[in-house]
Design a protein around this ligand. Sequence first.
Ligand code: GLN
Length: 191
Amino acid sequence: MKIGVLAVQGAFIEHEMALAALGVSCFEIRKAGDLSCPFDGLILPGGESTVQNKLLRDLGLFAPLKEKIEKGLPVFGTCAGLLLLAKEIVNDERRCFATMDIVAVRNAYGRQLGSFSARAEFKGLGLIPLTFIRAPYIARVGAEAEVLAVADGRIVAARQGRQLVTAFHPELYDDLRVHRYFLETAGAAGS
Ligand code: GLN
């Protein structure tokens, strides 16, 4: 199995380390030519979604990645990655892939008090640690999407088919359950 990690901006190294810890090979996606080899899943890291959105377009990555996601490539978006996948963002006009039927709220916890840790039940995984960094949350999910975790009354993880999003950063912990969960989707898709 091989996972592509979008590496144009943000916290992509941490995802690469999580994948390495799980013994899964990955490669960095920085330009259109990087998409020439087949791969089984895509990670969209945290960072700044507006910058990533612009770079994806400038680098010619937007259209081919959107097509792959629409065709069923498993994708895992954390934080900014969640915003890239959201069909709707209540407080931002900009959209990127817009392949996932969720309504997100950007910088939803305020800019100054935007970083904090918590714990919540993640469907099928039990209690997991959560770190939020100027995070979005999901105000609601459409009929096709499923809520996977709620913290403080707010939806912080969801999936829709092979698309998985978390408002928090599982890559910042040694706890690799969420990555393993994603890889199971990618494994199932590849087989
Ligand atoms: N606030 C960022 C954004 O709107 C997301 C923060 C993150 O990815 N940690 O894109």
